[in-house]
Design a protein around this ligand. Structure first.
Ligand code: RFL
Ligand code: PHB
Length: 418
């Protein structure tokens, strides 16, 4: 097989990249390990930044999102009965959109089918080679036979457990990681949301999040020990624990129902640098993971696609390699800011098992500061609604060589592949 761009992984980042490239007349093939039903059944993100919605519009897949997405102009951070509203609209002029990742993925698959894009499901043993040659090779097993794609570029969109990241030699890659000693037990239930806006709840029993998908479908999470399994928690036990962590008035009016889905997600911060090796580009969770507390994972994946897709078009159509040469640094600059925000939100809102009274007072003081300071709320809102894709200061033009960075390894490990 031949393709201009081979895409490993049919999650949101791979699908969106393919859709944008196909619309520009660039031929892609998507290789996905799981079945389509499996990918469509995964319950994950729910909050889209405005920049993400713009990208989905640009890809021509926003029809249903524009009709069914719910605009949220604020959210609550709470500490027992203290509720602090972060007014996104007043503080930043922006909003976020509540629309499930499942729906984004379904919309993308429908659009790709219409364009006749090749998406192979159930592929195994993907290997990447000749990444530093003019043309690269992707080999894989499909329906029992070994197959091969010759391509110009490979997009590694295969998530945290994919193979693409490890195709970059270990001595040219650097990983940064924080794991957190708890997970999120999530429940999806066909009941109206308990509040019109999301609630990020801090309490002495641990964190809880009240979120939603639509007026009749709620998504709730509680912080649990990492060792907990979803089957250990009956629905009743879940609702009882959630009630204890939410502000009492909200808890009193919360409707409960059966769980449609129940799962435990680990929390991790992770970055692998660089995002490029020769003709390979890492995108989304393949290169970075954030704890879900800031609602940034899917949005970061879409931001990577934003930086990459035009760069690939420029390289393939006009032999202009500026964009692909700058992709890694451009994307990482924004990724690290989202890492910081997600880590900070996680530290502010979760109870750590071995924490002392000082640590819990620090968490409460952070929330108290948010309650009292508009500046603090604006900072949180600016990050939550999504930082701009491009810096706005006129003294940071991206067309110049990237400024020297303070960490010397970046220069010594710069990828020699332009
Ligand atoms: P994905 O979605 O993991 O897709 C990768 C795809 O690659 C396939 N794959 C392979 N295919 C071929 N060969 C291989 N060797 C392969 N290995 C893997 C996989 O089957 C899969 O289909 O990565 P992508 O596309 O980069 O998208 C990232 C997002 O899915 C992720 O960041 C978000 O879901 C994170 N996230 C949230 N993000 C937000 O922006 N807002 C939120 O509100 C939000 N909430 C969440 C979240 C993630 C959660 N969990 C479960 C981790 C809430 C939760 C609970
Ligand atoms: C969700 O609705 O699944 C969701 C919302 C906000 C988050 C994380 C998850 O920060």
């Amino acid at each position: 097989m031949q393709a201009e761009v081979a895409i490993i992984g049919g999650g949101p980042s791979g699908l969106l990249l393919s859709q944008l490239l196909n619309r520009a007349g660039i031929e892609t093939v998507i290789l996905e390990r799981a079945s389509r039903n499996h990918v469509l059944g995964r319950i994950r993100a729910g909050v889209l930044e405005a920049g993400t919605v713009d990208m989905l519009r640009e890809a021509g897949v926003s029809g249903r999102l524009d009709r069914e997405g719910i605009l949220h102009e604020g959210c609550y951070l709470t500490d027992n009965d203290l509720m602090v509203r972060i007014d996104f609209r007043a503080l930043t002029g922006k909003h976020v959109t509540v629309y499930g990742q499942t729906e984004v993925t379904a919309d993308l698959y429908m659009a790709l089918d219409e364009l006749g894009t090749t998406v192979l499901h159930g592929v195994e043993d993907v290997t990447l080679s000749d990444l530093e040659q003019p043309r690269s090779v992707v080999e894989f097993t499909y329906e029992g036979a070994r197959k091969r794609i010759d391509c110009l570029f490979v997009a590694g969109c295969d998530g945290f457990h994919g193979v693409s990241r490890n195709a970059i030699p270990g001595d040219r890659r650097r990983e940064f990681e924080r794991t957190y000693p708890f997970g999120w037990l999530g429940v999806l239930s066909p009941v109206p949301p308990c509040e019109e806006e999301l609630i990020y709840a801090n309490s002495e029993r641990g964190f809880a999040l009240a979120s939603m998908r639509n007026q009749n479908l709620s998504r709730y999470y509680i912080q649990v020990p990492m060792s907990d399994r979803p089957e250990q928690w009956s629905d009743d036990e879940f609702w009882t624990e959630l009630r204890r962590r939410l502000p009492s008035e909200t808890a009193a009016r919360m409707q409960t129902g059966p769980s449609i889905e129940k799962s435990v997600a680990p929390l991790r911060s992770f970055v692998s640098e660089p995002l490029r090796w020769g003709n390979l580009f890492l995108v989304g969770d393949a290169a970075h993971i954030v704890p879900p507390t800031g609602a940034k994972g899917l949005n970061l994946a879409v931001a990577d696609v934003h930086y990459l897709y035009q760069a690939l078009i420029d390289s393939i159509r006009s032999n202009d390699r500026t964009g692909i040469d700058n992709y890694s640094e451009r994307a990482l600059t924004r990724i690290w800011k989202a890492m910081r925000f997600s880590w900070q939100m996680t530290m502010m809102l979760h109870r750590f098992e071995d924490e002392d009274d000082f640590a819990s007072e620090m968490r409460r003081a952070t929330l108290g500061h948010l309650a009292a300071s508009e500046t603090a709320r604006r900072d949180l809102a600016e990050n939550y609604v999504g930082l701009p894709f491009w810096p706005t200061g006129k003294d940071v033009p991206w067309t110049r060589p990237f400024p020297r960075l303070s960490r010397p390894w970046r220069e010594s490990r710069a990828v020699p592949c332009s």
